[in-house]
Design a protein around this ligand. Structure first.
Ligand code: IMP
Ligand code: MG
Length: 180
């Protein structure tokens, strides 16, 4: 596979579509084991925009009744987190007294998840869990509990499968890493 150019940066192939699909299935199986016989309908919370593709692929593999809610948060500018998490669009449905499964594309500093958990608390959820496709363990600074993590990567900038560099690259089906 070839390198790609997005704006002023070059990225090289990193994680294949096959490997991503296996990671998504692994998370789906864990959620199925937990919720298939549960007496409740949880809400999947898609953290837009990055988590759009992961949420869609994950949802198709869930074998229990589930509702979908979205929120749009933003903290990244170019290659780095600004440290300031903005709520660009609020929760699209009522989560009061509900079990919410947060679906994140990638956890970096952990600030987005921390912020989200505070938002959910204000909306009086019953319980929330976090599932993320990717974790950068070396970048994590917040003390957050991650219930389901599919892939761990080095502290490098990646794009594709929903993840962007200045809004570009979200449509690429596999993951690419910044060429250093
Ligand atoms: P955190 O708040 O620092 O944990 O950052 C989480 C958010 O930043 C993710 O939901 C992504 O939207 C974005 N992000 C973190 N790392 C990357 C990356 O390597 N590429 C693209 N976006 C990223
Ligand atoms: Mg995100």
């Amino acid at each position: 596979m070839d390198k790609i150019r997005l704006g002023d940066k070059t990225f090289k192939p990193y994680i294949s579509e096959e490997k991503i699909a296996a990671a998504v299935s692994e998370i789906a199986e864990k959620l199925n084991a937990k919720y298939e016989d549960a007496n409740e309908v949880p809400i999947l919370l898609c953290v837009l925009n990055g988590s759009l593709i992961f949420t869609a692929d994950l949802m198709k593999k869930l074998k229990f009744n589930v509702e979908l809610c979205s929120i749009k948060l933003s903290s990244y500018d170019g290659l780095a987190s600004t440290g300031d998490v903005r709520e660009v669009m609020g929760l699209t449905s009522d989560v009061k007294n509900r079990t919410v499964i947060i679906v994140e594309d990638i956890v970096d500093s952990g600030r987005t998840i921390k912020n989200l958990q505070e938002i959910l608390k204000r909306h009086e959820v019953k319980k929330s869990e976090v599932c993320t496709l990717i974790l950068k363990p070396e970048a994590l600074i917040e003390d957050v509990k991650l219930d389901y993590v599919a892939l761990e990567i080095d502290n490098k900038f990646i794009v594709g499968y929903g993840l962007d560099y200045n809004e570009l690259g979200r449509n690429i089906p596999s993951l690419y890493i910044l060429e250093s």
